[in-house]
Design a protein around this ligand. Structure first.
Ligand code: ZN
Length: 332
């Protein structure tokens, strides 16, 4: 659908140069053709705070520019999380974790997507730790004075994979991991068969020795940003496709933050591998509750091209629209 159709649409669905709610619902049904009338009614309620508004052309233009057009012409980012050697064949290989999944299996799936799907932008994230990083069990002695739980004197009782609490603002829960993804080492490199496409952007996380960073947006204390949010916003990205390692940890935190930053989020589930079977299932359930779609790689091409617009993603966009533009709409 082209921008110039705005006038045409308004002409078709308006009465006396006004667009009543029931006509807006019909208009939405014509666009979201797989959605039911009830779904389009709730979409309309998500867009507008009031049910009695007859929209004028200038008001409809606000909806067009800030809801319909971004939904019809999505700008996509494919965020490939931490497909690094240490998580595949190195010190923190997923094959050794409880779910015994193989991180290498995501590589052909991601490569196929990179060659077959016209994502607007592609990001590669790296877990990127200094040697003295706080998440390494081997460094616990170094950081023991910051322990809240257990007490510093009991630091030797902590085993690999235990969770401890460190002092901080805010205090930080931390799982004790083996040394992994140390800056500049082979373990921190992307898997050698992963295709790095021209124009791909790199995001580094976990580089501050005193705080871990599971998310590619923010450290675990949500104090410092990695730059991903700015990169997405400066490119007007609307839809974030997340995949990589590990489903229930860094993919989970990255996708959760993408939802919280009001992007429309699609988890490409067959391009992810995780640590723990139950936690992987919980991650998908939680992301779905936050408004994300859980899809397999063979179903996302029409989404990226804007040819399929699931009502669930339209709802997320409508909620964002209302938060930002409800006041403007009423004063126009
Ligand atoms: Zn790490």
């Amino acid at each position: 659908m082209l921008a110039e159709d705005m006038n045409e649409l308004f002409g078709i669905y308006s009465t006396d140069k006004k667009l009543p709610r029931k006509n807006l619902i019909s208009l939405l049904q014509s666009i979201f053709d797989s959605a039911s009338e009830i779904e389009c009614e709730s979409l309309c309620d998500s867009l507008l705070n009031r049910k009695d508004v007859d929209l004028s052309m200038p008001q409809f233009k606000i909806i067009w520019d800030n809801f319909l057009e971004p939904v019809l012409k999505p700008v996509s980012a494919f965020v490939i999380v931490d497909v690094q050697n240490d998580f595949i064949s190195g010190s923190l290989a997923l094959t050794n974790c409880p779910a015994q999944e193989d991180g290498a299996e995501v590589v052909p799936v991601i490569n196929r997507l990179l060659t077959s799907t016209p994502f607007s932008h592609v990001f590669y994230t790296y877990d990127w730790h200094p040697r003295n990083h706080i998440s390494f069990h081997s460094n616990l002695k170094l950081h023991k004075s910051r322990l809240l739980s257990p007490q510093p004197d009991n630091w030797e009782s902590v085993s690999m994979f235990d969770r401890v609490q460190f002092d901080g603002k805010p205090p930080l829960e931390q799982t004790m991991w083996p040394d992994h993804c140390i800056q500049g080492t082979d373990g921190a490199k992307l898997h050698k068969e992963l295709k790095f496409i021209e124009g791909g952007l790199e995001i580094y996380k976990g580089f501050n020795h005193s705080v871990d960073s599971y998310s590619a947006f923010w450290d675990n204390g949500e104090v410092s940003a990695t730059g991903l949010l700015n990169e997405l916003n400066s490119r007007n990205v609307t839809d974030v496709y997340v995949c990589g390692l590990a489903t229930d940890i860094c993919v989970n935190f990255t996708a959760t933050h993408a939802c919280k930053h009001n992007f429309r989020v699609i988890l490409v589930e067959d391009a992810c591998r995780g640590v723990d079977t139950a936690a992987i299932a919980q991650t998908k359930e939680k992301l779905s509750d936050l408004g994300a779609l859980i899809r397999t790689s063979d179903t996302i091409l029409p989404l990226v091209k804007g040819e399929e617009i699931p009502i669930k993603l339209a709802m997320v966009a409508a909620d964002n629209f209302r938060r930002k533009f409800a006041a403007t709409l009423l004063s126009t």
